[in-house]
Design a protein around this ligand. Structure first.
Ligand code: GAL
Length: 710
């Protein structure tokens, strides 16, 4: 687990004024999150990280089970993951349960000293359920229904699906809820947003709206239904908005997104409550989300103990760095998942990590030799406490043919990725004696701690009302996140309910929807010495998604020390330039033309159009802190990086200058560096540093781990 240094703001405030830095540090676990209070020491700190693997006994001859499980243990894995997608084997007929096979593999795990993660199998309802109640199937927006034969075809909004799921889970939990071999539960599989237009979903949406708004007039106001004659007289008249229909009410669509997130979250909560009746707090409960930053359900299931993510780095889509960078994947991908999940859930980990080639990409290349191990170290570097790989045996039939496992098609020969897992496990075990669990991170690293303020509702609002097709919300985020990792900064994606005071700098990219309380919270934060960076598209709307009945974005003017005269969007063939220092930076997507108030500095100006010379970037000093406003989104993100560099330098924050793809993090008394770049890199380390793994010269896909001194 990573720790923050509470007095960072004081250090920075002092540094800004050129005073001596204090050296007193107070350790405290990360900010309050939905999961913090529930966090028990599920994993021992001394273990650092524990590594396991998925195994599907139901796919293989039972005579091979013991051999396979022994091989899993012999490779060093510490836990095994069972019963995902096995509802048909657990309940072959309604109400008839067959647990014998699962009992056997749990016993085998015990024999070979492997802990077990049990899964709830709800992603694959059996055919008897689907045929008896076809309305459990997801109905598309134009009425077509899914069918049995794949997975995840049942709707989280189907009342039958929910109740049959909970009945099955209750039996599973009754059977295994006090089994000491089982450390925890994973609910469902990669739970997602389920867009269902079936009757139950329609009714549940109406009920949810009624609960939210109380009266239909409140809803009419919030949805602005006076526009285009959309007025409703009663909740029963409302339908789920069509997703592909042009011009659907934006506020209705926002509420539907919220509803869908709620459905996923509440289904998982019901599963967790059912298990809890039998497992109490002896076994933990989690789920494995795809780190999809444009969804609202991650972090919304309050009955889980912690959350995990899944990660597939090489499936032919990510470019990576250099000609063959696709063999390593997007360098920021694991970093960002770590930095997104950890602040929500101080205990977290990766539940599925690709061991080799997959089968479902447009192209399914071989990962670069060594990169599987590097991904694992990168997962570890962020603070994860568990790493689990998908899957032990490569399937020889079914949709995932050609997908690699830890062993190949013969069931026994380790794949290259399998051997890299083995190596990682051995390396972690060797480190367990050197690490100092929970030790404070080095001061130079802690001083850079940066919060990235995130609210998925902003992304929804901007993505459905872009104003410029060239706008990319996540791309805009990465223009800030990327430089921070190059600076060597520890980054937390934070929510606006979090305590801001642990962060010397907070960046709120394109924070479109805002309210007065948040503005006041920001002002207090800055006055006390915090440094806030706001970017274009911030504060235009209230939380209902209405523009302010005031000058454009007026509620943030006092905060940023500037007014916004207007905004402009450029045609792709007619880009323009923002000048900072002597350099020009090309932009097309979004530019706000600023009018600074007295005392506010101008850092960059527009050139080349009728507002040439007017400010694009400003800095406002407020109390002990600063507010930087970056009113423009540039093409390459180079301006954004330059602004951050200038700000961090002004604040005396010790930024590094790692090349793209090189990242460094600290935990448990260890420094960890990874190299996704296509070039070798010589890591700057203080004289006398004790390297425990790897070398100061890092090849592509290299990993270096060292003991840090302070
Ligand atoms: C994941 C999924 C797994 C498996 C895997 C194959 O997205 O959660 O169940 O299908 O892909 O790569």
């Amino acid at each position: 687990m990573k720790y923050v240094i509470l007095s960072v703001i004081l250090l920075t405030a002092a540094a800004t004024k050129g005073q001596q830095k204090k050296s007193i540090v107070i350790e405290k676990p990360l900010i309050t999150t939905p999961y913090e209070l529930k966090t028990r020491p599920w994993f021992s700190d001394e273990q650092l990280i524990t590594t396991g693997v998925y195994y599907y006994p139901e796919h293989w001859d039972s005579l091979q089970w013991e051999r396979d499980i022994k091989n899993i243990a012999d490779m060093g894995f510490e836990f095994v993951h069972y019963a995902e997608f096995a509802w048909a084997q657990l309940e072959p007929e309604e109400g008839k349960y067959t647990f014998g096979w699962l009992d056997r593999v749990v016993e085998l795990a015990a024999r070979y000293n492997l802990k077990v993660i049990m899964c709830t199998s709800t992603a694959t309802p059996p055919v008897w359920l689907v045929r008896k109640h076809p309305d459990v199937l997801i109905t598309g927006e134009y009425g077509h229904r899914d069918d049995h034969g794949s997975r995840q075809h049942a709707s989280f909004s189907s009342n039958y699906y929910r109740s049959y799921s909970l009945t099955m889970i209750e039996e599973l939990a009754r059977r295994y809820g006090d089994n000491e071999q089982i450390i925890g539960w994973q609910l469902d599989n990669e739970p997602r947003a389920c867009y269902d237009y079936g009757d139950d979903a329609q009714q549940r949406f109406r009920d949810w709206l009624k609960q939210k708004y109380g009266t239909i007039n409140n809803l009419n106001k919030a949805w602005g239904t006076s526009f285009w004659s959309q007025l409703y007289n009663d909740f029963s008249q409302i339908n789920i908005p069509l997703r592909s229909r042009w011009g659907m009410n934006l506020h209705q669509r926002m509420d539907h997104n919220r509803f869908v997130a709620h459905e996923t979250a509440s289904f998982l909560d019901s599963q967790a409550q059912t298990i809890r009746k039998y497992a109490g707090h002896r076994q933990w409960i989690t789920t494995n989300y795809i780190p999809n930053y444009n969804e609202g359900y991650i972090g919304a299931s309050r009955d889980l103990d912690f959350i995990t993510y899944t990660k597939y780095m090489v499936a032919g889509s990510a470019q990576g760095i250099g000609h063959k960078g696709y063999r390593l994947g997007n360098a920021l991908s694991i970093a960002m998942s770590n930095d997104f999940f950890r602040p929500l859930s101080p205990t977290y980990g990766v539940m599925e990590l690709q061991p080799g080639q997959v089968n479902w990409g447009r192209v399914n290349p071989q990962p670069l030799p060594g990169v599987v191990r590097m991904w694992l170290w990168h997962v570890f570097a962020g603070g994860s406490e568990l790493a689990c790989t998908y899957r032990f045996r490569a399937p020889i039939y079914g949709f995932e043919q050609y997908h690699y496992g830890i062993v190949g098609y013969d069931g026994v020969t380790p794949t290259p990725g399998g051997l890299e897992y083995k190596q990682f496990i051995e390396e972690v075990k060797s480190l367990r004696e050197h690490a100092k669990p929970g030790a404070p991170v080095p001061l130079h690293y802690a001083a850079l701690k940066t919060g990235l303020l995130f609210n998925v509702e902003n992304s929804w609002a901007m993505e459905m009302n872009k104003q410029n097709f060239q706008w990319n919300t996540l791309g805009h985020f990465e223009k800030y996140y990327g430089p921070l990792k190059a600076f060597g900064a520890p980054v937390d994606f934070i929510r606006d309910t979090f305590d801001f005071s642990a962060y010397p700098v907070i960046i709120a990219p394109a924070y479109q929807q805002i309210d007065r309380d948040l503005i006041n919270k920001m002002i207090q934060y800055v006055r006390k010495g915090g440094n806030l960076v706001l970017t274009c598209r911030t504060g235009h709307q209230d939380r209902q998604g209405h523009l302010w009945e005031a000058p454009f974005a007026q509620p943030i003017y006092d905060l940023i020390g500037a007014e916004i005269e207007f905004y402009d969007l450029l045609m792709p063939q007619a880009s323009d330039t923002v000048i900072m220092g002597k350099k020009g930076y090309e932009w097309v997507t979004w530019g706000e033309i600023l009018k600074p108030r007295a005392g506010t500095e101008t850092w960059a100006v527009y050139s080349g159009d009728f507002y040439a010379g007017k400010p694009a970037v400003t800095l406002h000093r407020l109390g002990n802190g600063t507010v930087t406003y970056v009113g423009v989104d540039t093409k390459t993100g180079e301006l954004e990086r330059t602004v951050l560099k200038k700000l961090y330098t002004l604040l005396n924050l010790p930024v590094q200058d790692y090349p793209p793809g090189v990242m460094v993090e600290y935990r448990d008394g260890l420094g960890i560096a990874v190299n996704y770049s296509d070039k070798a890199y010589r890591l700057p380390l203080p004289e006398g540093t004790r390297i425990l793994i790897g070398d100061q010269n890092m090849p592509t896909a290299g990993v270096t781990v060292w003991k840090h001194a302070d």
